[in-house]
Design a binder for this molecule. Structure first.
Ligand SMILES: Cc1ncc(COP(=O)(O)O)c(C=O)c1O
Length: 380
């Protein structure tokens, strides 16, 4: 979508709640397959742009979704009783510590709306998930971006930023991080949380946790009431199209979030599908194994092509594709890939214009990507 900067005069005499809303750039999603087919007439499209599960989802989900089809005229259970019970067992928490969301984006939004006002600040890392600075702008709050360290979170500097800004209400930490794929040491993260005032919420965004079980920081919840863990069914569980996420927190925080969320924010189909997906951990295990194997293969191919990459702990990998001598840029490679039916994600919006983020696909998808990339790079 092509967008231009919105100004106050475009809206006049209407005014947005905060001036910072005018500075918001719309979230850039991965290009849908249908759009590429429409624009370039390519039919055999490989989408490696949105960190979706290339294996689809568990077959159990199909059955659960089918069972709901006769009930679509009925509202969903606004409390998501069965899904919460299943999540409570799975995560060893009480059901009243859970908030369900229309994807985890919904939960990040609910958190910002619940805790952050115009005089407050949100702290996040450079090169972290792009939604965090957007939430600061939406709330008219101050967004404090802390410079990254080797493409990951610099927790010492983030701790300092919290200290320097006593109006900080939320610190967002993506672990593993999108788009860089970096992961934090458990010990270092615990130390960070222990040093943050208990009035500051530490939101651990674990959207890619299934790909990196060692990044599971569920244990911090028992120790710190100001820790919130946000997870999603969109990635390894393969339900991005249905929009289901959840947050684990203290009972009091969950109580607040549940007052702020829309009463039916997760659909009837979404609730049933997520419960069925959670029950099939063999599918998750298989997903992780295939992802690991394909990630190693891609790393080898990038090495062979002489392209730099950042070691990733998730289901995507960030590759440096600027070839200055030959006037090849990430933007030109992105475009050439699109024209040949391969969708990857440019990272200009993250301040990484020389890099592309590539979701790990199935073997045949990855082979197609590498063959296409090689032909672009070696073209006269
Ligand atoms: C780190 C991170 N958090 C949250 C999300 C939001 O995912 P969803 O709203 O589909 O659960 C994403 C999606 O890309 C992500 O990468």
């Amino acid at each position: 979508m092509q967008t231009t900067q919105l100004t106050a005069s475009d809206l006049s005499p209407l005014t947005p709640a905060y001036d910072s809303i005018l500075a918001l750039a719309p979230y850039q999603t991965g290009k849908p397959i249908e759009e590429l087919t429409r624009e370039y007439g390519v039919s055999d499209v490989v989408k490696l742009a949105s960190n979706e599960n290339p294996m689809g989802c568990s077959p159990r989900v199909t059955l659960a979704v089918t069972e709901q089809l006769g009930q679509l005229s009925r509202y969903p259970d606004g409390n998501g009783y069965y899904l919460k019970q299943a999540l409570a067992d799975f995560n060893d928490v009480n059901a009243n510590q859970i908030t369900l969301g229309n994807g985890s984006d919904d939960l990040l939004d609910i958190l910002a709306r619940s805790f952050v006002g115009a005089d407050d600040a949100i702290v996040y890392s450079q090169y972290a998930f792009v939604v965090y600075p957007m939430l600061a702008k939406m709330q008219g709050a101050t967004g404090i971006e802390v410079p990254a360290q080797r493409f990951g979170h610099n927790l010492k500097a983030m701790s300092q930023a919290v200290q320097d800004n006593p109006n900080t209400k939320i610190v967002f930490i993506a672990n593993p991080n999108n788009p860089t794929g970096t992961q934090l040491e458990k010990k270092e993260l615990r130390q960070f949380v222990a040093g943050v005032p208990s009035s500051v919420l530490v939101v651990l965004d674990e959207a890619y946790i299934e790909y990196s079980p060692e990044s599971n920081n569920r244990a911090l919840l028992d120790e710190f009431d100001n820790v919130i863990i946000v997870r999603t069914f969109s990635k390894a569980y393969g339900l991005a199209g249905l929009r289901v996420g959840y947050a684990l927190s203290s009972v009091a925080v969950a109580d607040l979030l549940n007052r702020i969320r829309q009463p039916f924010n997760v659909s009837r189909v979404g609730l049933a599908a997520a419960a069925a997906a959670l029950a099939d951990q063999d599918f998750i295990e298989k997903t992780r194994l295939i992802n690991d194997e394909q990630m190693r293969w891609l790393e080898k191919q990038f090495d062979a092509l002489g392209l730099g990459f950042v070691k990733s702990h998730a289901n995507f990998i960030m590759v440096e594709v600027q070839v200055e001598m030959e006037d090849i840029t990430a933007a030109s490679i992105h475009q050439a890939l699109l024209e040949q039916g391969v969708i990857v994600r440019p990272l200009d919006a993250y301040g990484l214009p020389n890099w592309l983020r590539i979701t790990v696909g199935l073997a045949e998808d990855n082979l197609r990507l590498i063959d296409t990339l090689r032909s672009i790079l070696t073209e006269d």
